[in-house]
Design a protein around this ligand. Structure first.
Ligand code: SF4
Length: 950
C-alpha cells in the first residue's frame, strides 16, 4: 500500500467522489508469508475461507471471500491441476489457478488452463438438453428434459441388445478421460462399442513403441536427462505440454542439451541447441544414421543390450548360419545399418551430416540419461510414420536409457489404473467397423474410416454417441462425415455429448450439454514424468454446496443451466436400459456399500480411492477419508519415481534346475517364459512375448511385413520420389500452444491470442510462386482445395508448407449462434452428388451481449478449415491416418475468397480404396484377427480374436 499523502486536488476530488477514496483507513489483508519471502498459493488450511482483494475493484481494494476447490483441467490430455476460486457470496467461480499439490503440473498451467473460466461463462454455450426438431442437420432444436432423453435412448439401446445387434451401439470418444470408466459401461452392456480418435492422433507412434516393449508410449524423464531429442515441438505445444515443458526446461537448466527435429522453426526449435529441419518423413533415416554412429563408435550399452534385447533371435534372423555370440550380433547389425550413412541421411532429410554425427555422439555420451519424445508430428504425418518411433526408441535401446534416471520409460510404469468395484465380463463380440480384417496390427480403432466403411456397406449403427468429439471438423474428409451423419439408414440415432456446440453436433439427434473441467467427475493419470499420480476432476459447485451442507442428487442441479456430467449420465442410462434386470446390466451398478441399491457417484470414487495404494494411510494422517482427501487436494502421488521396473524380482515357486536356461538368461515354467535373469536374479522384464526389448519383431514378420521386422526407414507417401515438379508437402499437423482443438472456440482469451492459420512458406518458395505475405493462395489436395493467406518466413524448410489445424471453425446460417469468438458463418452446398462447396458469408466481428468483451472483438479472420479437404490415408500397418498432404500451391484463382473450400467425396472414396489395397489382411498365425499379446482397448473375450470363432 502506498503511503502517498494526497495532494490538495486529490483530497477535493476524493471528497466530491470524482475519484475513489484511496487514502482513508483500509482494513489491510495480512501477507501470506513474512515480508521478503515469496509464495504463490494460499495455504490449504485456508482454502475453505480465503480472502483476497478483488482485482476488478482496483485501488479501492474491495475484498472477496472464497472457497478454493481443486479440480483438473479438461483442455488437453495432460490433466494439470487447477484451483477454482468460488465466491462464497454469489457461489460463482471467479477464476482458475494452478494446483501446487498436483504432482504432474506442480501448480503450473499453460494459457488453456486458466481460460476454463471463459468456457464456463461463455454466453453461447449449450445449457439444456436439446432434441432435433426438423430434418437431421436442419439446425432446428427443442429443449427436452433429462428424463425424456434417458428413456428414449435407453429404449433404443435395449432393443438393439435384445435383438443381438450389439455392434450397432457405439461410443466414440474425442477427448478421453475417466480411466477405464467407459470400458466398464460398455462391457456391462456386452457391446464391442468403443471407438476413439487415436488413429488420427497417435496410433503411429504407439505402434512403433508397442512392438518394441508392449507399452505404447514413451515417458521421458526430461528433468534428469543429459541429452533430450524431440521430434516436433514438445516444449511448446506437444504431448503433455505443460508438465513436459517444465521438465525439459529443468533438464536444460541442469545442463542438458536439446535437439529438435522439426520442419518449422517452432518456439521449441528456437530454444534448442540443435535444430534439425528434416524433410517430412525422413526422420527415421536421420535416426538410423545416428544409430549407426553409436554402433560403429561402440557408444552402445553392452550390458543392457546383452540382458534386455532379444539379440539372439535377432542374430538368428539376420544370419541363421552365425554362431550365437554377442560379437556376431553386433557385427550383423553393423552390416544391417551400413547403408544409413550420415551422407545418406543428409540426402534424405536435408540435415547436414556433421550435425547428425554430432548429435549422435552426444546421445551416445549421455548414455542412460537420454530422453526423447515423438508423438503426433512425424509419427502421425507419414506412411510408415510408426517407423520414426521405432527408430527413435532404437537409440534408447542402444544407449540403455530405457527406464533409467534421465532416460525414457515405458508409459505403463507411470500410469495409474483404478480399482473397479465390479468387473463386467469381456464382451463376446468383435466390431469389424472398428477393427476390419485388413488392419490386424492397427493400434486402436480405424475410427477415421467409419464413414467409408458405412458407405462400403459393412454395417450400420443403431445408437452412436460422440463424446467431446468433432470429426466433421477435426478429422480428414469431413464432408464424408457429414454425408454419413445425415443418413439415418446408416446412423439411426446420433447423440452428441459435448460441452460446446461443434460442427458434428449440428448433425445430431440429441445434443447433450456435458460439463467442463469444473463441472464433472473424472479421474486422470498420465505419464508426465518418472512418477505416478492420479488427479480428481470434480464438479466444483457441487462440492461447494456439499461443504455448505447442501446435498445434491445429480450434478446438473449445481451446474449452470442443466449441464450434466457423463459419469452420472451413464449410470442412469445403464440402469434404465436394464429396466427389468433381465439383461444382467444392473448387477454391475450396485453399490458396494448398500446392498442391492444403485451406486452413487460418491460411492464410485470412494471405492477407487479406498483402494489406491498409499492413499488411505496418507489421508488418515490428516484425519480424512480417502475421498475427502481427494476432494481437498485434488491429486495424489501414488509413486514418486518408478525406474527400472523390468528389474523387479519374480518369486517363482518350485523352480527346477531344468527351468533355468543360464546361457539365454531365461526362466521357463512348463515351456512358458516367466522371467529373465539379470544380475543373477529372475526379473519380470518387459511386456513382450520375449520379455525383452524386441529389436527383431517376430510379430511384424509373422503378420505379413517381414521387411519391417527390424527398425527401418519407410519412405513416406510424401517422399520427393512421389512428387511432380509443381507439388510440395503440406504439414497440417502443427499445433498452437494457446489453442485446444474444438473447445477453444468458446474461450475469448484464447481466441484473442490466436485467431489465424495462414500458410507458412519459405521465402524462396514464395519468390518462385510470386507470392507475398497476405496474398490469397489456393492449396489443392487430392480431393479438393482450400483458399488461405500466405505467410512468408525464413522459419520454414524450403519446399514444405505448413498450416496449423486449430483454426477454421464454422457455423452455418441455420445453426445456433455459437463459439462466436472463433467461428465464421458459412454456407455449404452440395452442387452435384459428392461435390461440396463451403464459403464464408460472414467473418468474426464485434457484437452486443451481456459480456462487454463481445463488443471489443477486433479480429475478423476466423481462418480456414483445411482438414476437410484431405482424403483418408490409412497406414497399412499401424492404421494411423497419414496427415501430410501432397499439394499444389498457386495464387488464388479469379473469384476465390479467403476460406473457400471445395471437396469431391467420390474421389475421397476412391482414395480410401487405393489405400485399402495396400493392406495385408488377417487372418494371421493360428487364424487370429490380431496378435493376442498386442493391447486392444475394450479387449473382447479371447475366443473373439479368431476369425473362425473357436
Ligand atoms: S497443458 Fe494446459 S491445457 Fe493441458 S492440462 Fe495442462 S493447463 Fe490444461
Amino acid at each position: 500500500m502506498s503511503k502517498h499523502t494526497p495532494s490538495f486536488i486529490e483530497s477535493i476530488a476524493e471528497r466530491l467522489h470524482l475519484i475513489p477514496n484511496l487514502h482513508g483507513e483500509i482494513d489491510e489483508l495480512p501477507p501470506i508469508v513474512e515480508p521478503g519471502k515469496l509464495t504463490d498459493y494460499p495455504p490449504p488450511d485456508k482454502w475453505d475461507d480465503w480472502t483476497e482483494y478483488e482485482a476488478l475493484s482496483g485501488q479501492k481494494r474491495e475484498k472477496k471471500n472464497y472457497m478454493i476447490i481443486p479440480t483438473t483441467c479438461f483442455n488437453c490430455e495432460a490433466g494439470c491441476g487447477l484451483l477454482s476460486y468460488v465466491d462464497k457470496k454469489s457461489l460463482e467461480i471467479r477464476k482458475f489457478e494452478g494446483n501446487p499439490y498436483h504432482p504432474g503440473s506442480r501448480g503450473r498451467n499453460c494459457a488453456k488452463g486458466p481460460a476454463t473460466i471463459n468456457q464456463i461463462n461463455d454466453k453461447d454455450r449449450i445449457l439444456y438438453p436439446l432434441k432435433r426438431k426438423g430434418e437431421r442437420g436442419s439446425g432446428e432444436w427443442e429443449q427436452v428434459t433429462w428424463d425424456e432423453v434417458l428413456d428414449d435412448i435407453a429404449a433404443k439401446i435395449r432393443v438393439a441388445l435384445k435383438e443381438d445387434r450389439r455392434n450397432e451401439v457405439v461410443y466414440h470418444v474425442g477427448r478421453p478421460g475417466h480411466e477405464g470408466f467407459i470400458d466398464r459401461i460398455l462391457q456391462a452392456w456386452g457391446v464391442d462399442g468403443h471407438n476413439s480418435h487415436t488413429n488420427i492422433c497417435s496410433a503411429g507412434a504407439r505402434f512403433g513403441y508397442a512392438i518394441w516393449q508392449g507399452a505404447d508410449r514413451p515417458s521421458p524423464d526430461h528433468g534428469n536427462a543429459e541429452f533430450i531429442l524431440l521430434i516436433s515441438a514438445h516444449l511448446e505445444s506437444g504431448h503433455y505440454f505443460n508438465p513436459h515443458a517444465q521438465r525439459i526446461i529443468e533438464g536444460m537448466m541442469n545442463g542438458a542439451k536439446l535437439a529438435v527435429m522439426d520442419t518449422r522453426l517452432s518456439n521449441t526449435a528456437s530454444m534448442a541447441n540443435y535444430w534439425m529441419p528434416t524433410y517430412p518423413g525422413s526422420e527415421a533415416a536421420a535416426l538410423l544414421a545416428m544409430a549407426k554412429i553409436i554402433i560403429d563408435e561402440k557408444l552402445y550399452n553392452e550390458k543392457f543390450l546383452n540382458d534386455w534385447v532379444n539379440w539372439r533371435e535377432s542374430l538368428a534372423e539376420l544370419n541363421p548360419d552365425s554362431e550365437i555370440t554377442f560379437e556376431n550380433f553386433i557385427s550383423e547389425i553393423s552390416k544391417l545399418y551400413a547403408e544409413y550413412t550420415p551422407e545418406f541421411a543428409e540426402k534424405e532429410s536435408g540435415v547436414p551430416a556433421a550435425t547428425i554425427i554430432e548429435v549422435a555422439r552426444q546421445i551416445g555420451r549421455a548414455g542412460t540419461r537420454f530422453s526423447c519424445h515423438n508423438w503426433r508430428s512425424a509419427g502421425a504425418g507419414n506412411l510408415g510414420g510408426w517407423a520414426v518411433a521405432r527408430c527413435l526408441h532404437f537409440l534408447n535401446v542402444l544407449t540403455g536409457s530405457v527406464g533409467t534416471v534421465g532416460g525414457t520409460l515405458p508409459s505403463a510404469w507411470n500410469k495409474f489404473k483404478p480399482a473397479g468395484f465390479s468387473t463386467p465380463p469381456a464382451q463376446k463380440f468383435w466390431n469389424e467397423l472398428h477393427y476390419p480384417l485388413e488392419y490386424p496390427l492397427s493400434h486402436y480403432e480405424m475410427s477415421f474410416l467409419l464413414p467409408h466403411l458405412l458407405k462400403d456397406g459393412r454395417g450400420k449403427l443403431a445408437v452412436y454417441f460422440t463424446r467431446v468429439f468433432n470429426p466433421v471438423w477435426t478429422y480428414p474428409d469431413g464432408f464424408s462425415w457429414i454425408e454419413a451423419l445425415s443418413d439415418e439408414s446408416k446412423i439411426g440415432l446420433h447423440v452428441a455429448l459435448t460441452p460446446t456446440w461443434n460442427e458434428t453436433a449440428y448433425f445430431a439427434d440429441y445434443v447433450l450439454p456435458m460439463g467442463l473441467a469444473s463441472e464433472r467427475h473424472d479421474l486422470t493419470s498420465y505419464e508426465t514424468h518418472s512418477g505416478m499420480w492420479i488427479s480428481f476432476r470434480q464438479p466444483v459447485l457441487r462440492e461447494a454446496a456439499r461443504k455448505m451442507g447442501r446435498e445434491t442428487t445429480f450434478t446438473y442441479e449445481t451446474n449452470p443451466g442443466e449441464v450434466w456430467e457423463e459419469d452420472e449420465f451413464w449410470f442412469e442410462l445403464s440402469w434404465r436400459i436394464d429396466q427389468d434386470g433381465d439383461l444382467g446390466i444392473r448387477q454391475h451398478f450396485i453399490s458396494p456399500y448398500r446392498e442391492g441399491e444403485k451406486i452413487s457417484i460418491d460411492e464410485y470414487y470412494q471405492y477407487i480411492f479406498e483402494n489406491t495404494k498409499g492413499l488411505p494411510e496418507v489421508a488418515a494422517r490428516e484425519g480424512l477419508t480417502p475421498l475427502d482427501y481427494m476432494r481437498k487436494y485434488g491429486a495424489f502421488e501414488v509413486e514418486k519415481a518408478v525406474y527400472e521396473k523390468h528389474m523387479d524380482p519374480v518369486a517363482i515357486e518350485n523352480l527346477a534346475h531344468e527351468d533355468i536356461d543360464a546361457a539365454r538368461g531365461e526362466v521357463r515354467k512348463n515351456g512358458k517364459l516367466v522371467a529373465i535373469i539379470s544380475d543373477g536374479k529372475a526379473r519380470v522384464g518387459f511386456n513382450t512375448p520375449s520379455k525383452r526389448q524386441e529389436l527383431f519383431s517376430k510379430t511384424t514378420k509373422d503378420w505379413g511385413w517381414p521387411e519391417y521386422a527390424f527398425p527401418t526407414y519407410v519412405k513416406s507417401h510424401v517422399h520427393p520420389d512421389n512428387f511432380a515438379e509443381n507439388e510440395v508437402v503440406l504439414v497440417p499437423t502443427f499445433r498452437l500452444p494457446t489453442l485446444i482443438h474444438t473447445r477453444s472456440g468458446n474461450s475469448k482469451w484464447l481466441a484473442e491470442i490466436s485467431n489465424r492459420n495462414p500458410l507458412w512458406m519459405h521465402t524462396s518458395d514464395a519468390e518462385r510462386w510470386g507470392i507475398k505475405t497476405g496474398d490469397l493462395v489456393r492449396i489443392s489436395t487430392e480431393i479438393g482445395y482450400f483458399v488461405n493467406r500466405a505467410w512468408v518466413t525464413e522459419g520454414m524448410r524450403p519446399s514444405v508448407v505448413a498450416c496449423s489445424h486449430h483454426i477454421g471453425r464454422w457455423r452455418r446460417v441455420q445453426d445456433a449462434k455459437n463459439n462466436r469468438w472463433a467461428t465464421n458463418q458459412v454456407t455449404i452446398k452440395e452442387e452435384e452428388p459428392g461435390k461440396w462447396k463451403m464459403w464464408v458469408v460472414e467473418g468474426i466481428g464485434a457484437y452486443k451481449s451481456d459480456d462487454p468483451d463481445t463488443s471489443r472483438i477486433f479480429w475478423t479472420d476466423g481462418g480456414v478449415h483445411q482438414n476437410i479437404t484431405f482424403p483418408v490415408h490409412p497406414d497399412p500397418v499401424s492404421g494411423m491416418h497419414c496427415w501430410h498432404q501432397k499439394v499444389v500451391v498457386e495464387k488464388a484463382h479469379a473469384g476465390d475468397e479467403h476460406g473457400d473450400v471445395f471437396v469431391d467425396t467420390n474421389k475421397s472414396f476412391e482414395i480410401y480404396k487405393e489405400w485399402l489395397a495396400m493392406t495385408r489382411p488377417a487372418p494371421g498365425p493360428n487364424g487370429l484377427r490380431r496378435p493376442l499379446w498386442l493391447a486392444r482397448p475394450l479387449r473382447p473375450a479371447e475366443e473373439m480374436f479368431y476369425v473362425e470363432k473357436k
